[in-house]
Design a protein around this ligand. Structure first.
Ligand SMILES: [Zn+2]
Length: 284
């Protein structure tokens, strides 16, 4: 008798009990806490066939893409998002054209961003003029807003160059004694001329020498995910190139707004800057 009950219990665990008519959809997130400056990977598990899925979280909209039987998406958490509980919503268009939405309460939690102080010589400091930065950033943003449908990256990202981190993501910068903004990338201390590799498969969508950001490359990893490389001394990959993980793309340098030789490595999820380190530690 006990044996029969045990078998029935195990069988009940194996049956997808949640998938009755009202609950055809389930939403899984990873990690389960939304940290400031990091991303959340979203997965829609569906018992029905659907034709389109998109999402919204903290005012950021994102597309979800088919992955096997499920739909997956990635959304970033702004660095300055107030700690609290917020709805993550998915908008689902079913195959018959009807629409539905599901949501999950997510906790946004604090990431500690230390202060970092550095000095810029007058000639470098001049490059911080609003009009220079705004114009150059507008140019970069044009490629960050283009979302390729195909997922080009696979597995964890490797470091574009492995060396000491001289300034982490989100650090609160004090430049020449004055409070500036938060650092939107990861600075890796390497001497000029160090080889920089693609941390994952991608297409090169931007390669240009800029004043503020110096030698600049942007890789498009597909589905709204881009990586950025600033202060380069030599651009090796060209716009339109398809690069594989580990392929040489540039040489590091000290061009643009820089207080010493290093690589600035940025990561963008649907045009929101997020911490690249999360992508090197976890498969997203
Ligand atoms: Zn930087």
């Amino acid at each position: 008798m006990i044996r029969t009950l045990l078998i029935l219990f195990v069988l009940s665990l194996l049956t997808p009990a949640g998938f009755c008519a009202e609950q055809s959809f389930d939403l899984a997130v990873y990690p389960t806490v939304a940290w400031q400056g990091k991303v959340v990977a979203v997965r829609l598990i569906s018992a029905e066939s659907v034709s389109e899925v998109s999402g919204s979280f903290l005012g950021n909209k994102f597309n979800c893409y088919r992955s096997g039987d499920d739909y997956q998406g990635v959304v970033g958490v702004p660095i300055d998002q107030k700690v609290g509980h917020y709805d993550l919503k998915l908008f689902i268009t079913k195959n018959d054209g009807t629409k539905t939405e599901i949501s999950k309460k997510m906790k946004v939690w604090e990431t500690r961003f230390p202060f970092s102080r550095f000095w810029l010589k007058p000639a470098r400091n001049k490059l911080r003029a609003r009009n220079i930065i705004n114009n150059e950033w507008a140019e970069i943003e044009q490629v960050l807003q283009v979302e390729g449908q195909e997922k080009l990256w696979q597995g964890k990202f490797s470091w574009p160059v492995k060396a000491r981190v001289s300034q982490g993501f989100g650090h609160r910068e004090i430049i020449n004694g004055k409070r500036a903004g938060n650092h939107r990338g990861l600075d890796i201390a390497v001497i000029s001329g160090t080889k920089i590799i693609a941390p994952n498969s991608a297409k090169v969508v931007f390669a240009k020498r800029l004043k503020a950001f110096g030698g600049t490359l942007v890789l498009d990893h597909g589905q709204g995910i881009h990586t950025l490389y600033f202060h380069l001394s030599k651009l090796i990959a060209k716009v339109g190139d398809e690069v594989g993980k580990g392929e040489l793309i540039a040489l590091s340098g000290n061009s643009g707004i820089s207080s010493g030789a290093h690589l600035h490595w940025g990561m963008s999820a649907h045009n929101l800057r997020v911490d690249p380190l999360q992508w090197t530690k976890y498969e997203i």
